[in-house]
Design a protein around this ligand. Sequence first.
Ligand SMILES: Cc1cc2nc3c(=O)[nH]c(=O)nc-3n(C[C@H](O)[C@H](O)[C@H](O)COP(=O)(O)O)c2cc1C
Ligand code: SF4
Ligand code: SF4
Length: 253
Amino acid sequence: MGFYEICFSPTGGTKRCADILARALAGQGSFVDLTAGTQAFDSIRLTPEDLAVLAVPSYAGRVPAPAVQRLARIRGNGARAVLLCVYGNRAFEDTLAELRDTAVQAGFQVAAAVAAIAEHSIVRIYAAGRPDGQDAAQLEHFAARIRARLEQGNCPEPAIPGNRPYKERKAIATIPRATTACVSCGLCAGQCPVQAIPPDDPRQVDTGRCIACMRCVAVCPHQARQVDEARLAALQQALEPVCSVRKEGELFL
Ligand SMILES: Cc1cc2nc3c(=O)[nH]c(=O)nc-3n(C[C@H](O)[C@H](O)[C@H](O)COP(=O)(O)O)c2cc1C
Ligand code: SF4
Ligand code: SF4
């Protein structure tokens, strides 16, 4: 059996959860980085004996569009998949349902699904520092239950929450911009998952391409890429009632 960890994770929270789940499930495997977008996804072909963790963050209750497009190019060929959706302590709504549909279309057999929490990548005070020790223990416990089910050999697809049609994708209000501290080093341009920052003029951003993933904010060594302060404050306030109370991970088996 081959094992794959296939992950879209612009700021690392999804990958931290996926790493914990994957390690507890099957140890070391092949890592497929859906974030970079440079891998030859069309040439990745699994077999029915293989197992994969498919991990994405929730963006406004959906799977980020580039993650859907890139995952759809992989050939699952009947491999079993454990779905993982990671969200910032608000809600994941239709993310797991969309991930399930994308995985099935790509030829995977869904054996289990997990929702987990990581620091909110836009308003970082919510779920700050997560996944923490408690999350890790829970993910390891989920992995043990999934492994036991896989070893039985009989893995009917679990009921996965979410609506169809999925929530409409919203217009993006939190596109980060370069500040006067930007030294045009181009680091963020090379790291942007959708090439929305022109390498020859990295102070700019193509607002039609940007998915507001916050990777440029996270990687800039000069803290020179930021979301508008007033917008951030408004979002923080709007999320306060739903994000302040700690939510826990869920297993669908
Ligand atoms: C554009 C965008 C939309 C988001 N929408 C939601 C959401 O609807 N619900 C939620 O709980 N968290 C939301 N988050 C937070 C992320 O799901 C969470 O921080 C996740 O861990 C980010 O993954 P990453 O660290 O792998 O980039 C959103 C983050 C971004 C950047
Ligand atoms: S990484 Fe920071 S300093 Fe470098 S180009 Fe991007 S915003 Fe400017
Ligand atoms: S420009 Fe937009 S898509 Fe690119 S890294 Fe920054 S937030 Fe993400």
